[in-house]
Design a binder for this molecule. Sequence first.
Ligand SMILES: [Zn+2]
Length: 449
Amino acid sequence: MKIGLEVHVYLATRCKLFCRCRADFLASPRPNARICPICSGQPGAKPLAPNAAAFESGVRLARALGMDLRPRARVMRKHYFYPDSPANYQRTGEPVATGGSLAGVPLTELHVEEDPGAYDAEAGLVDYDRAGAPLVELVTEPAIRDPAHARRFLQELRLVLGYLGVHRDAAGLKADCNASLAGGARVEVKNVHGARNVERALEAEIARQRGVIASGGAVLRETRGFDDATGRTVALREKETEADYRHLPDPDVAPVDLAALARRLAPEEAPLARRARLAALAGVDEAAASVLVEERALADAFERAAALAPPALAFGFVARDVRAEIEYRKTPLTEALVSPEDVALLVEALGAARITPQVATRLLRQGFDRGGLAGALAEEAGRSGPAEGALAAAAREAMAANPKAVADWRAGKATAVNFLVGQAMRRLAGRADANALRAAVEAALRESD
Ligand SMILES: [Zn+2]
């Protein structure tokens, strides 16, 4: 069994690739509301310089996947005749990078290209809102072991994309899936949406090919589609017969200087390397730590919190409580009224037992609802004072740091308690009730006696 994928991902840039029209076609109020002479291919319209933000996203993604960057990429015209392509060619960049791997699958190449429009063949209508929207196409080697492996590959890719924040998540991932069995021709199942459907489409297609071979037939080289209602692949009418795309460099567009672009980008830790590092810090396996890299702000929140409190506590709070709020509200942390710093402060207060887990959860919700988490936390900690556990911990620390005062107390010098209470109070930044703290110090002294 040989499986390879060509994955298409919409980039979350503001503008299209060669014009200033808005790229967010999903938010368009009606068909053809976001078009201009360039992206609707009108005679004489010349493209603007390639949208640098789109190529930047391509470079960041390639780096995150450990790919080898190319120094430059020309923009090519890929010719075909169909109503979704008004200029009769699609502009597609040469590879930004080659090599690298993801989920154990070697990668062939990554390039940036423009999307064609949408053509409704039955109604005979075209919508060019999508035309010119920037896409990344990521091509794998045919080294995917089975349909479940293809699904895992796409889930890992989605994680990397979410962390980098470069894709238009609502538009989903689309993949062309190539599958062949030993001795059979390669069949392409086009345009399958989402990781789960890719797995289903490949399962169905491989079962179909096995059936053809078992009944003495031959698998033909063809392009098929996937019907997610029936779970079957279906033969497609080709929009062009055995295409000769005649790739030519576009004379209207200068090559993209990828090396210069890469130099301008700040270096960043690759998301999956960061996941491995944070997993070790939290003491969990990488699968469990995946939630931390769903977006960069979550990883930041955990890492800041783990510097102020036990990492296991920080992990539990971020992976469970913070993420539950994000899921419930369907708002990424980046767009929430709670910052990674807020989360770290909350976890620190929890770790120092200044607030209970119930209070931490309440404050977090309040923060997501109306912001101001740091202020609310200070108020809460001030009102209730440090929790009992924190008093006892501060008492023990004061004793450990002042063995002479402890020895004095044992020798019968009762006033040594005052000194230890003062030391413990300093550790609690003066927030504790003095009588309660004295009781805690006395209890700790008796316990150690
Ligand atoms: Zn346009």
